[in-house]
Design a protein around this ligand. Structure first.
Ligand code: PMP
Length: 316
């Protein structure tokens, strides 16, 4: 390599290393330096909570709802977050991250760890929670999958029961989801349908689930053991009412989901995506509805796009 080429390569590497900039406990750092203390209980025990949030047109989609969930989840793991970081400060951290990374479209990962403590479990020996914020691009599924829908695998592993660790707590302990995701990947797909320990439908490994039957939406209530997704709420409170589609939050058997006219999943990263078949292999997958994205999913997804590309991306 010539000297000029080496310099150019080094500059490119440096750039790769510096973006995205990440906020770590008060400092905005380049990617290569954005690390956390090895005694942080977030790392040692997955002791903490987090949010995944979309940025549309430079605005933080459903900011207030994400903050509500973050502070509530922190409270449920006995971490008094407001005592250390106010909601306004948290918002400023996110906006600084968006600015530092020059993003108008993207995704924020906001992480609150228990903080630095001892090697023992006791969380109350961690005096100060850690706050990490990353803002970057994200694309979970291909553009074709957006149009054609996707196959999901059925996970054999159930979702953690509410009485053990309520999946409503968006904790840093995501191994239940990751191992279900591995089952999906082993089946050649990217998502799966997770059941609760009573054998009814809960959610995907990282997304909520909706079935469409006879023109109505059906989705399990949060008491079935699932994360109360912000996108799920947006579908229930905004998109479905706008389209005049009734929503039923009720327990769902797997068979009902398989017999649905349409099926789709929702999540901040995934947004809305049709599920068009389910099975461990492509050959013997069960086809859902027509096998393509159905008209209701398409209409709701179009409404979703319309709102997030408008001048009024909701931050409520
Ligand atoms: N369920 C799980 C397990 C999740 O991790 C997520 C977030 N990726 C969702 C559902 C969707 O939640 P939200 O719409 O708030 O992103």
């Amino acid at each position: 390599m010539t000297q000029t080429a080496t310099t150019a390569a080094t500059a490119a590497e440096a750039k790769m290393d510096s973006k995205p900039m990440g906020y770590v406990n008060g400092q905005m750092l380049p990617k290569s330096q954005a690390g956390i203390n090895v005694f942080d209980h977030g790392l040692l025990y997955g002791d903490g909570v987090f949010e995944g949030i979309r940025i549309y047109r430079g605005r933080i989609f459903k900011l207030e709802q994400h903050l509500d969930r973050l502070y509530e989840c922190a409270g449920r793991i006995r971490l008094d977050l407001a005592k250390h970081v106010s909601r306004d400060e948290m918002t400023q951290i996110m906006r600084r991250c968006i600015e530092a990374n020059e993003l108008t479209e993207g995704y924020i990962r906001l992480v609150v760890t228990r903080g630095v403590g001892t090697l023992g479990l006791n969380p109350f020996l961690c005096p100060e929670p850690g706050v990490v914020c990353i803002a970057d691009q994200i694309q979970l599924y291909t553009d074709e999958m957006d149009e054609q829908g996707m196959r999901v695998g059925g996970a054999d592993r159930p979702r953690i029961p509410v009485e053990c660790l309520d999946p409503r707590i968006k904790s840093l302990n995501y191994l239940n989801n990751i191992l279900a995701k591995v089952e999906a990947i082993d089946a050649g797909c990217l998502e799966c349908i997770m059941l609760n320990t009573d054998g009814r439908v809960a959610e995907g490994s990282g997304d909520n689930i909706f079935a469409v039957k006879d023109g109505e939406l059906h989705t399990p209530p949060v008491t079935e053991g699932l994360l109360e997704g912000i996108t799920r709420r947006f579908v229930i409170d905004t998109l479905a009412p706008m389209a005049g589609i009734p929503v039923n939050e009720r327990n769902l058997e797997l068979q009902e989901v398989m017999d649905a006219d349409e099926l789709f999943m929702t999540g901040s990263a995934a947004e809305m995506i049709a599920v068009t078949s389910s099975g461990k292999t492509e050959q013997d997958a069960h086809v859902i509805g027509s096998g393509a994205e159905g008209p209701i999913t398409k209409a709701l997804r179009a409404k979703f796009r319309q709102i997030v590309t408008s001048d009024n991306v909701p931050e409520d």
